[in-house]
Design a protein around this ligand. Sequence first.
Ligand code: AHR
Length: 492
Amino acid sequence: MTLLYKVYINAAEKKNTINPNIYGHFAEHLGRCIYEGIFVGEDSPIPNTKGMRNDVVAALRQIKIPVLRWPGGCFADEYHWKDGVGPKQNRKKMINTHWGGVVEDNSFGTHEFFELCAQLGCEPYVNGNLGSGTVQEMSEWVEYITFDGLSPMSDWRKENGAQSPWKMQYFGVGNENWGCGGNMRPEYYADEYRRYATYLRNFSGNKLYKIGCGSNGFDYNWTEKVMEIAGRFMDAITLHHYTLPTGVWQNKGDATGFPEEEYYSTMINCLKMEELISNHLQIMNKFDPEHKVGLIVDEWGTWYNVEPGTNPGFLYQQNTIRDAMVAAITLNIFNKYSNRVVMANIAQTVNVLQAVILTEGAKMVLTPTYHVFDMYKVHQDATLVGSYVDSGTVEGHNIPNLSVSASVDKDGALNITAANLSMTSSAPVTCDITGMNPKSITGRILTGKVDAHNTFEAPDTVTITDYNNAKIQDNNLIFEIPPNSVILVTAK
Ligand code: AHR
């Protein structure tokens, strides 16, 4: 049966600016994300600039990466930053106990991270160690990075080659402190947050944006207690939500070759992001009625069984059209709540979980998720406009047929991103536009079989192509989205 899907967009109903940081990324010392994926060292035969892979940096610049979170994740709460500065041959080695028990040689540290951000043209987001580090250590890290005067830390930074301090706004005070960051109770973490945050100073004109550790998905009690006790000392609180097809950690489901029911359960689990954001915001509102505290979803994405034959601690997984759907739906949700969701960071940038890039030696592959970020970059810094979708639910499944978001950019172009969640039915869309009279229309599409993916042998199996079948009719935009596909329509 062919259904007609109606979307109503009011280009004159201007909401907030979409914070580019919603399109942010996360890179942890985990598996082959930092080492091999991003940093190969200056002596590598892989083309690099100061040790950073040129191909990966160029690809991330292309999607306008706005912000990068580092060094973890769970790794953050056992990372001692002083071991990662100074001459490389003297840097202390450690065991990365969370991720495969491998040796971390600390060759990528603070200086390398700020060099990477400079090459990417993105904001740094540093996550401090509250779980196993001291107040003094965290406070001195901020001094080392941002102080522009005579001080022990500033002098040490200069000795290590950086005469000027760096600018750093985003600073996380611990990560998942309800779990790998110390197994704390929310009351205890909230008190610890207050103590650590007190000594994070604003030096030399640098203004820190302090981020408190938020909840694990549906743990609303954590947000309630942390907001009550420490909310007024923070600029933002975080939320983590991963999408597991089966919902079971022992057997999460495979990244490729999955059954139809796991495609739909993945959609259901990723759609829970909206419920989570909405409920956490309501709790935050109780303690922060003026909405001073932002919500940051600094870990999100799919989490599958690792690829067969790879180190289970490295979290390496393939990435298919199903992942592109998860990215499209989630980013549409972030846009919708972009008046309060001030940042989000997909986990993780390269070779780990829902990566946008995979590497093997000198080879690099852009995943379907990468292409969604490429299509959606038009929303960065644009104005969210009102939209309403009347599309019903996918036959036999309690999920909507369509996920849609619309914004107007600074030149007045209307950009609509839409995903068809059905695995079987095409979605013929009529988009009723008020508030503007479109004269021209263009489109781009990402489509393919639901488990289509890119490999090092066939890197362009899934890629963006032009979509030329959109038309304007009586101030309506008419287009059709194939099953499990993502589309960008631009009207001017
Ligand atoms: O992204 C992988 C891990 O997931 C992070 O280290 C941790 O914060 C979360 O549990």
